[in-house]
Design a protein around this ligand. Structure first.
Ligand code: ZN
Length: 122
């Protein structure tokens, strides 16, 4: 069996078999790196969702309710990201939300913009 190595700096480990780091500094460094990557991912996703919300908000507040789906094919909108989706029981129409603003997929061409402030009461 090859000697165990510190997960952070790669130095050979001595002592307890469950030891993963050679020092507290290496353990902190390793955990900080992992947290930094996770935080950065969360930040990036959050920024996409915020941008999507802004696009939906501006369309909705401008008074438009029924829009062609191409209206969302603007550079700052990413259709792969939304916070949650709701399907109507009766006609199975899906509404995708970015926070309180959403779009209901009416057919292959048109979307209905919606705002759901019920979320604010959670
Ligand atoms: Zn180390």
């Amino acid at each position: 069996m090859s000697p165990r190595k510190c997960l952070d700096c790669g130095a050979a480990l001595r002592g307890r078999s469950d030891k993963k780091f050679c020092s507290d500094q290496c353990r902190n460094n390793y955990n900080n790196t992992i947290n930094r990557e996770a935080n950065s991912l969360v930040r990036n996703v959050h920024s996409v969702l915020r941008r999507n919300r802004k696009v939906l908000c501006e369309l909705y507040e401008s008074g438009k309710k029924r829009i062609h789906k191409d209206a969302l094919l603007v550079s700052e909108f990413n259709i792969n990201f939304f916070t949650h989706s709701v399907e109507t029981e009766k006609d199975r129409l899906v509404t995708r939300y970015c926070y309180e603003y959403g779009y209901r997929i009416m057919d292959s061409e048109y979307l209905l913009l919606v705002k759901n402030t019920d979320l604010l009461e959670v």
